[in-house]
Each structure stands twice: as structure tokens, then as C-alpha cells.
Design a binder for this molecule. Sequence first.
Ligand SMILES: Cc1ncc(COP(=O)(O)O)c(C=O)c1O
Length: 388
Amino acid sequence: MTHPSKIPELGESIFSVMSKLARKHEAINLGQGFPDYDCNEKLRSLVATALNKGKNQYCPMAGALELRETIKQKVARTYKVDIDIETEICVTAGATQALFTAITAFVHKGDEVIIIEPAYDSYKPTIFSVGGIPVVYEIKSPDYKIDWHAFSQLVSEKTKMIIINTPHNPTGSILASADIIALEKLVARTNIVVISDEVYEHLIYDGHQHESVLKYPQLYNQSIAVYSFGKTLHATGWKMGYAIGPPHLMKEFKNIHQWNVYCVSSFVQYGIANYLSDPNVYEDLGSFFEAKRDNLQIALSGTGLKPLSCSGTYFQLFDYSAITEVDDMSFSKYMVEKVGVAVIPISPFCGKRYNSKVVRMCFAKSDNTIAAAAERISKKLGQNLPTN
Ligand SMILES: Cc1ncc(COP(=O)(O)O)c(C=O)c1O
């Protein structure tokens, strides 16, 4: 008996490949996108208190009431919109499960889903697993902007969904208000559902504002926005997130959610609800990570790695074309094996044709980690260069 894979072309993720190489070569890992420092002590203690106070049984399917109330307050404060805790919020096992649920809820066999590449790596396999067809719009270095006229050419009567991501992993680019308005116009009077991946909503720099779909009532009526407590609370391993959308979309979203997980870890939800009642927790994130971004850029100045513009996320792209012409896979292998610093190539976030001399580094790292990586790069980059 054979069991053909629903996602045959997509093997091991680039993150596990590079992390294995990092362990093998004892490299400093700036590849994987998570902090190398612990989350806040108060948060850990509030979660532990909830655990010890017996918050250990199923909570409501859409999430603990306290957490949905906190999310409502956070959204009201951040985006000046009022959402209903009964019909517009669902707490999920990370943003990944929210994305999976949204795609499963609305994409049927043969439906097309427009994604923007480079793209977060879960979109494509999820689309394939429900029989959907990804249609790719490519954004290019150095500014990774969307030409909405060219984008609109991809929309057809088969288009069921468009997935956007702002701030954008891996490029660090953000969508401006004009982009969101262009998207709103494009999908007006269609049956298209927009998934807005906003997991880095608070990681935004240089005075920019995050343009959430929640702020655009007409677009919101066709959208599901997806968030991650992993990113906002420096606790990626808890896999906690949530989705927000209008009642008519969230009804079907929750229909899938309840038969998938029903509800997610209750004691963590109560702990987070308590912790997030202090808005400084998320409002200080932008300046916290902006300092880390600047620190990385300064530490690597003079190494020949050229930083591209980074307006959001905790990822910084570097153009290495002044150092070598090899492709980004070869350069990343060189970095981990010979320089001793793991980075992530951009091409695995894209279709095979993508060719750019750019790699991604994660700056959600302690100052010591960044300093140690910079020291290795300053000393070794340029020696023993590979040839394609
Ligand atoms: C753009 C984007 N979306 C979604 C996720 C997944 O978030 P979570 O860990 O909450 O599932 C990530 C994680 O790296 C991401 O970068």
C-alpha cells in the first residue's frame, strides 16, 4: 500500500537544516527566528500561578473569557476599533494553527490562493494540503514593494484567498496605508477572503505605524487577521496566538477550530490574560527591538555585508554581493561551516527560480550573542570563500 504525500515537493524546512548545521559546526545561530533569552519573569510566574490554581481543564472553545476580554482591550487601545469577544476572536495554538484553520475553512479543492514570496514557509504546504493552488506574486530586493497593478493581474474568478504579511518575514518590509487601500479596492465586491498575517504587529520601527486590516472596516469585513503571543511575549515555544475576523467568517473558522483542537492550553491563557493587562508589555516592544536591530547593523558595519532597509520584524536582511557571487544556499553553508555563524538563505522562502544575494539574520538575541557573532564575522568573512 502506498500513501502519497499531499505536500510531496516540500521536504525538511530550511530552519531545521541550518540549525542542524549550526549544532554540527558549533556556530552561533542567528538563523532561527526566536529569542535566545528567556521571557519575562512576571509572565512566567503568572502562568505558573494559573497552573497551580487549577486552571487545568478545558476552557471555552474560542478561548478563556479573560483572555478574549484582554485581546479586545488591546485591540481597542492599539487600533481604536471595537471587536466582540463572543463572535470575532478565537485563541489558537500559535499563529500557525490560526493560518491552517483559516485556509482549511475557506479554500476548497482547485481554489487559488495568492501569496507573496518570499513568504513564511507554512502557507504553501497548508494550501496544498487542502487541494488549493498557490499563485505567487514575487517581491524583490532591495525594497520588496508591491506593484498593485501587476498584483491585480493574478486575480481571477478562481481566486478564493489572498495572504498578506506585514511586517514581513523574511524581508522586514511593511505595508503602508496606500497598500492596504489598494488591496481593499481590489477585493471589494468579490468573494475573496484576505488572511492578514500580523504576528509582528508591535515590532515596527523608525516611527512607522502598523497598518492592520482591523483599521479598514470594508476590508476587515472580508479578512481574518492572525497574531502570535509567541512573538509579542518572547515565548515562541508556548505556541499561543489568536485570530480576529468578522462574525460571518469567524463562524466557519471556529467550526474548523473546534474539530481540530477544540480549545488550546488553558492555564497559559489565564496567565497571558493577566500579564497583558499592562499595555507597556507590548507598547515597549518596538523600541526594544529597534535597539537590537541598530546594534546588529553597527556591529556588522565594515564587514562587507550591506543591511537592507528593515522597518519591522526581528529579521535583518544583508546583501553579500560585495563579498561573493555564489548563491544564497552556498553562502549560508559557508557562513555556518567556515565563519561559524548560522544565517538563513532567502531562496527557500520562494519558488525555485528566486535568485538574490541576500541572507537573513535574526536579531532577537542577547547583546553578547550579537557581539560574538560580529566578532567571528569580522575575523573570518572573506576567507576560504566557496565557488558555485
Ligand atoms: C510571518 C509569520 N507568521 C506566522 C508565524 C508563526 O507563529 P507561531 O509561532 O505563533 O505559530 C511566524 C513564525 O515565525 C511568522 O514569521
